[in-house]
Design a protein around this ligand. Structure first.
Ligand code: BG6
Length: 491
């Protein structure tokens, strides 16, 4: 149903418009898009939520949030003066059809062609928001809808939510966000793989020993406890962000960059993931939960005391070993790891190539390490190819050292422009009607299908998550998971 019309003259209606995500990420991203001339000045930005606020109050809240969440040089009074004229607020109760007229009334005064609806609310409200938008005649064939994760808590609930939205929007109108896909280096992964001839011939089980994907966070759960406790790290991070990264590393070259070409290839990877059956869960996964400790030299509370001492078996750390059953990846383990309250904030993908088949360097001090391609998403974005080099000198036996060839994006491009945030990229893609960096329904459901098996195994097991001290790299068992295979985490 979605036309090719890419005109960006849309109003953007944010449900959950005064919530944490809207204030921390969405509105700063919209402000930056506006500042850098990517937003049509005529479209409105309408915050919608149940809170009783005037448009002036809302504008003030947005102003304060930009002060906190924008980079120092990004806020400019003259830009704000123009941007703030786009802001409106509608008091809307997702379950009360009458309240949706607030949105219609605002839209009547806008010259936009149509609306983008951003659902930044609990997914349990997606169905009634769609239904009430429809009743208020606010959905046309040109409307678009953006769905924030989590889309469900397992395959069954995800299907239900997808069905509820699909009753009012076609798949071509639905943008399921995974903000990791909007990160610069994640997109750069596509260019490293498919705009160079160097790696692709080696990108398979004959040359690659294993792959590691780590997303480490220093933050705890804090005020998100009640959401997080129902989710845990597997649902919150692995089902979406880590599996999407795995798909981009493992997929076959798509025939072009069209949304469906890329998404078809990612789906094949998800479908080739070997099921981790309940009897395998103990061997292939590790769950952890942080205790009090120190991060960055500061003492921090444990997970349970953040939740006011509630008992909980929710994991704040997961490490797992996945395998992809296809020709390219047969026998190559993918080790995934993510957690809160780890010692540093970093997200990286490490492709470790095979060890050399025979060493001519006899001296015992000459340890020849396998080559690694290290793709770092954050904090700073970089790509390093770790190679063995001779240490300069006149020693009789040659000394070797692993040295990274560095491609730091900042230095390489000497880019005077700031790096756009993931949400800027993705919101702009919604306005451009480009779905390549969004998840299709079958992908989300494919990921849940694999995750469900792990959840099932955990449920059947009497084991609790293993405690780890905040500020450490998770439970010792996560080291054992990889050491058992004769490998190590790249720390
Ligand atoms: C979100 C998770 O999707 O990603 C959060 O819900 C997590 O728990 C966040 O903190 C991490 O995103 P980033 O971009 O800061 O790595």
């Amino acid at each position: 149903m979605e036309s090719n019309r890419t005109a960006d003259l849309y109003n953007i209606v944010i449900f959950g418009g005064n919530g944490d995500l809207a204030m921390r990420k969405l509105l700063p991203a919209l402000y930056s898009l506006f500042k850098h001339d990517h937003l049509n000045p005529e479209g409105l930005i309408i915050g919608a939520s149940r809170t009783s606020l005037s448009s002036e109050d809302y504008t003030q809240l947005v102003h304060d949030a930009l002060g906190v969440h924008l980079g120092a040089d990004e806020f400019e009074q003259s830009v704000w003066d123009r941007f703030s004229k786009k802001l409106r607020y509608a008091e809307v109760d997702a379950n009360n059809p009458d309240s949706f007229h607030g949105i219609s009334d605002i839209c009547k005064h806008s010259s936009a062609h149509d609306n983008v609806y951003y659902f930044s609310t609990s997914p349990s409200l997606f169905g009634s928001i769609c239904e009430n938008l429809h009743r208020a005649s606010l959905i046309t064939e040109y409307s678009r809808v953006v769905l924030e994760k989590p889309i469900g808590e397992n395959l069954a609930s995800s299907k239900k939510i997808n069905d509820q939205v699909a009753a009012f929007f076609d798949e071509g109108q639905i943008y399921r966000i995974d903000h990791y896909l909007g990160k610069e280096t994640v997109q750069n992964l596509l260019s490293v793989r498919f705009a160079n001839t160097l790696f692709e011939p080696l990108w398979n089980c004959s040359a690659i020993d294993h792959v590691q994907i780590t997303v480490a966070e220093t933050v705890g759960v804090g005020s998100r406890w009640s959401y997080y406790d129902k989710a845990g790290a597997l649902r919150d991070m692995v089902q979406n962000h880590l599996l999407q990264l795995l798909c981009l590393v493992a997929m076959e070259p798509p025939s072009d960059l069209d949304a469906d070409s890329v998404r078809d290839e990612k789906l094949k990877v998800l479908r080739s993931l070997r099921e981790i059956t309940p009897d395998q869960v103990g061997l292939n996964t590790v769950r952890g939960q942080y205790l009090e400790g120190a991060v960055g030299g500061q003492p921090v509370e444990g997970y349970l005391s953040e939740g006011n001492g509630s008992a909980s078996k929710t994991e704040t750390f997961v490490a797992l070993r996945a395998e992809i059953d296809n020709w390219r990846w047969a026998g190559v383990p993918f080790y995934l790891r993510t957690g809160k309250r780890l010692p540093t904030r970093c997200a990286e993908i490490v492709i470790q190539f095979n060890a050399i088949p025979h060493s001519i360097f006899r001296s015992s001090q000459d340890q020849v390490c396998p080559n690694k391609l290290v793709i770092r998403l954050q904090p700073e974005e970089s790509i390093q190819l770790v190679m063995m080099n001779k240490v300069p000198g006149l020693e009789e036996s040659m000394r070797m050292q692993a040295v990274p060839l560095n491609l730091s994006l900042d230095k390489a491009f000497d880019n005077p422009n700031r790096t756009p945030t993931a949400y800027e990229r993705l919101l702009l893609d919604v306005l451009r009607a480009n779905q390549t960096l969004f998840m299709r329904r079958d992908e989300v459901e494919g990921a849940w299908q694999w995750i469900d098996k792990i959840l099932e195994g955990w449920k059947m097991s009497s084991e609790k998550p293993k405690p780890y001290t905040a500020g450490s790299w998770g439970p010792a068992a996560s080291v054992a998971l990889i050491v058992r295979d004769g490998r190590n985490w790249h720390d």
